[in-house]
Design a protein around this ligand. Sequence first.
Ligand SMILES: Nc1nc2c(c(=O)[nH]1)N[C@H]1C(S)=C(S)[C@@H](COP(=O)(O)O)O[C@H]1N2
Ligand SMILES: [Mo]
Length: 305
Amino acid sequence: MQARMDPVGAVRRLVPPERLTSRVTALDDAFVIAHFGLAAPEPRRPVVVNGLVDRAVELTPDDVRALPQRRVESVHECFGNPLAPGEWVRRAANLVWTGPRLRDVLDLAGIGEDATTLWARGADHGEFGGSSAPDYLKDLPLDDVLDRALVAHRCNDEPLHTHRGGPLRLVVPGYFGTNSVKWLTELTLADHRPEHLFTTRLYLRPGPHGGSVPVRELDVTSVVVGVDGGVARGWAWSSVPVTRVAVTVDGRPVRVELEPARGRAWQGFRAVVGSGRTITARATDATGRTQPTSGARNAVHELQL
Ligand SMILES: Nc1nc2c(c(=O)[nH]1)N[C@H]1C(S)=C(S)[C@@H](COP(=O)(O)O)O[C@H]1N2
Ligand SMILES: [Mo]
């Protein structure tokens, strides 16, 4: 695939949902984002753990590989263009990540009693959307991510490629991709949010009680990836298990088989659609959230045959 930039800094063209036929997305079909352009490869770049810790430590990729390893299959989804939030750009994949749990990495430094938030910093820097920043920075609620996030050094059982954030990146299953910091250089424990282009200015959405909140937990979403032999197939996901997918064929509802949730991987669904021409899918999750029919980044997906 040809490398090219779009306004979000995607270095690969977006992959249409029709290409997402395999359960685990091939690395060549998984979108790649780098807002400042790709960081230079530095295979032995260490990660510093500091801030509200008992003692600051520096970990090399070899140190990270020596810790107990987890292998997690999870949905990887971009929220969309932070300069035009609300538009779904349909960048999603389901990938397998390997690395130690964040908790095991932070325990090497000793998590300080007052730490409530994790600042994760990436090596890349430059200009984005008319502002410049000295690095890429995200902040994450510590309790939420301690046991779910990984410091990943492999993706789909291959060493993490430089364009995917190697040698080490953070991966936060269940959160939008923006939180999974690539080219990780520093993990800082703190008791407040940092001001930064990518924390308090971009990747925000309207909050439930007014104001704006950072983009974290995934929305309920589904995609129809194709029809084969009269059977439509697709994937559904959310920050919690998806409990129902409603499929229509030329406006008529049809019976749907939905796989049970497996961790934070996407869930397959199938429906007999015969020779119908317009297929839609609409997912509902365990908290009762349902995809809006239109006008939202996770609006119902329609496949026209
Ligand atoms: N350091 C750094 N990390 C980053 C980004 C970035 O530009 N720089 N982009 C984020 C966004 S918005 C997304 S969607 C994911 C994309 O990860 P991928 O390129 O492996 O698909 O990385 C996130 N982590
Ligand atoms: Mo993104």
